[in-house]
Write a protein that binds this ligand. Structure first.
Ligand SMILES: Nc1ncnc2c1ncn2[C@@H]1O[C@H](COP(=O)(O)OP(=O)(O)OP(=O)(O)O)[C@@H](O)[C@H]1O
Ligand SMILES: [Mg+2]
Length: 308
């Protein structure tokens, strides 16, 4: 897959002296959905601002589809759509006018069919003549997305697109993002809803204090950092742990009827098979078992805390 975004060694210190980014390098391939996670102030919006030419990097380079964002600003910017974290809309304009105008800003010829399709996809068609000030917050957010899509960008940034948005619109948005990806658009989104990243993203990047702690394919991240739990319902209550199981350090419930073994999917020599073998050797019978796997949320929380 060709690279659409190439960020190399980007740092940012604001005029206030606040260091917001420290040596970020990241490449994104065409057609990916990348979710950037990180606590407040991690630097997500600053990184997006740099790629979009709103914030000037203190060091490093960024290229969008091979166009340097400083030397070749217009070419790179015309490939980008941005839905900013803070809503800014022209209150008195109609939906249709503001979205059409936005396309014109990028020097693209008018294309009413594209604007209509975009508004329909965002369930804004019925509101096309409404002034933006008369729309609800969620609808305004959809207008921001329509604006960002008006010039047919190849790289779309959604900076917390679903903050304060209802469940239904959130699902619509996920659907829209998938459809965009299917047409070859690359999507980079930030979110504080981990389940959103889990649901949507091909790759996950975790930022903290201006650093990119990791970027990894979601499935690999979950396999690598995930922990699994195996819980057994025992036939007979167990009053204390047999020494043969001590190495596994399972937790025994108060009634002695449930045994829970937590293991790291990365570690060798642990795992479910070894535990079950040891259990069999110790003559402990069980009547049922369940396994659970840690969610991306568990992984995220442990990652961000681990480095605190
Ligand atoms: N214009 C600015 N001037 C000075 N400091 C800024 C400016 N914008 C952001 N910062 C600082 O840079 C750091 C990163 O902020 P940024 O907005 O990029 O974080 P974020 O990851 O997007 O956070 P959030 O999840 O809250 O949106 C913070 O310490 C913030 O206070
Ligand atoms: Mg932000």
């Amino acid at each position: 897959m060709p690279t659409i975004l190439d960020i190399r060694g980007v740092s940012k210190t604001y005029a206030s002296g606040q260091r917001a980014l420290s040596g970020i390098s990241l490449t994104v391939e065409r057609g990916e959905i990348l979710a950037l996670l990180g606590p407040n102030g991690a630097g997500k919006t600053t990184l997006i601002g740099i790629v979009c030419g709103i914030v000037r990097a203190s060091a490093g380079t960024v290229a969008v589809d091979g166009h340097d964002i400083v030397r070749d600003y217009r070419a790179s910017r015309s490939l980008i759509g941005l839905v900013p974290q803070e809503l800014t809309t022209d209150a008195f304009e109609s939906v249709w006018a503001t979205v059409s105008f936005s396309r014109g800003l990028f020097g693209k010829a008018p294309d009413p069919v594209h604007i209509e399709n975009t508004l329909r996809a965002l369930s804004l068609w019925d509101k096309r003549d409404a002034r933006i000030m008369t729309l609800s917050g969620g609808m305004k957010r959809r207008v921001m997305i329509a604006k960002a899509l008006s010039h047919e960008p190849r790289l779309l940034f959604l900076d917390e697109p679903t903050a304060g948005v209802d469940v239904e619109l959130r699902r619509d948005m996920w659907q829209l993002v998938r459809e965009l990806r299917d047409t070859g658009v690359t999507v980079i989104l930030t979110t504080h809803y981990i389940e959103e990243a889990e649901e949507m993203a091909d790759r996950i990047g975790v930022m903290r204090k201006g650093e990119l702690l990791l970027v990894e394919r979601k499935v690999e991240l979950m396999a690598k950092l995930g922990r699994k739990q195996l819980t057994l319902q025992l036939e007979q209550p167990l009053h204390r742990l047999p020494s043969a199981l001590a190495a596994f350090a399972p937790a025994l419930s108060a009634d002695g009827l449930a045994l829970t073994y937590t293991y790291d999917t990365r570690a060798h020599g642990s795992g479910m098979v070894a535990f079950l073998e040891a259990l069999g050797a110790a003559g402990i019978a069980f009547k049922d078992l369940q396994t659970t796997q840690s969610s991306l949320e568990d992984i995220f929380v442990s990652l961000v805390q681990e480095r605190a």
